[in-house]
Design a protein around this ligand. Structure first.
Ligand code: ZN
Length: 286
């Protein structure tokens, strides 16, 4: 699932290609992609893309004439800018925006599960409803302080791994970067939010900022202005690096399944030497 660094790199690369362009036509190919029907999607014809922003894992397009378009790529949605008409009947095509100047902006989604989504709102309404309503703080903003994080942790009794992915406290973090952050902070994915002491809260706060800040920079370098298509697993240190040596201590990285998602961690650095039971497997054996 594209997380903050991926979407940030995507937005930065998309701006020079699409900002200032007028949407001349829109072709909806997947019945699943549109989540709003009023205003109708045809209303965006003739409008200019004034600005493209990121909010959490979402892309926000400010269109002229008071319309806002919001996109969520989910796991397999991607954006491409290609010459007009290219591959318009492709099976994995979700929606195409024909831009002035002869290029198409298209959203594709590979795989059988169609979850990529698009919403259209009158400007000003977008923050009052899903998916933007109720989102938490941007982790790289000045508002995300150690004190703010301490308040969030105190108000949500759950495992750290789950807490980081919730979006109502801190946005933009998913399965991959929650592992990276907890490894950096030397905290267990199964530790409880309400059990952290002051030093641990400080470590978690510092790790969130440092890991995401560095990942934005490394994603920028990796894609070098191109629209990212594949998530760069090699830029991650522990997530999807199971059995490889921990970059800090050399212990093989372990994996557990938590709420049907893989969680990678170092047993030595993060769990006091403990290797947690794979609960998915033990359930099957029972
Ligand atoms: Zn380690």
């Amino acid at each position: 699932m594209p997380e903050l660094p991926f979407v940030e790199a995507l937005v930065e690369s998309l701006r020079p290609l699409a900002e200032g362009r007028t949407i001349e036509d829109v072709i909806v190919r997947s019945v699943y992609v549109l989540k709003t029907f009023d205003p109708p999607v045809t209303d965006i014809k003739g409008r200019r893309i004034a600005a493209i922003r990121r909010r959490g894992k979402l892309l926000v397009f400010d269109l002229t004439g008071g319309l806002v378009m919001v996109m969520h790529l989910r796991r397999n949605g991607r954006l491409q800018v290609v010459p007009r008409g290219k591959g318009r009947t492709a099976r994995d095509l979700a929606i195409t925006f024909a831009l002035d100047g002869g290029m198409d902006l298209r959203m594709i989604e590979v795989g059988p599960k169609k979850a990529a989504s698009l919403w259209l709102f009158p400007a000003g309404q977008e923050t009052k409803t899903e998916p933007l309503a109720g989102l938490g703080l941007e982790p790289l903003s000045p508002e995300f302080t150690r004190e703010a994080l301490a308040d969030m942790l105190g108000g949500e009794r759950t495992h750290l791994k789950r807490f980081l992915g919730l979006q109502r406290h801190v946005v933009g973090i998913g399965n991959a970067f929650s592992d990276e952050i907890l490894w950096e902070a030397r905290l267990s994915p199964q530790a409880m939010t309400t059990s952290l002491d002051g030093d641990e809260v400080a470590r978690l706060h510092g790790a969130i900022r440092r890991v995401l800040d560095e990942a934005v920079a490394s994603h920028r370098r990796e894609f070098a202005g191109a629209l990212p298509m594949r998530e760069p697993v090699h830029l991650l240190r522990v997530h999807r690096h199971g059995k490889e040596p921990c970059p800090r201590c050399g212990t093989p990285i372990a994996v557990i399944y938590y709420e049907d998602r893989e969680t990678y961690y170092c047993p030595t650095c993060q769990a006091g030497g403990r290797v947690y039971a794979d609960r998915r497997r033990s359930r099957l054996l029972r």
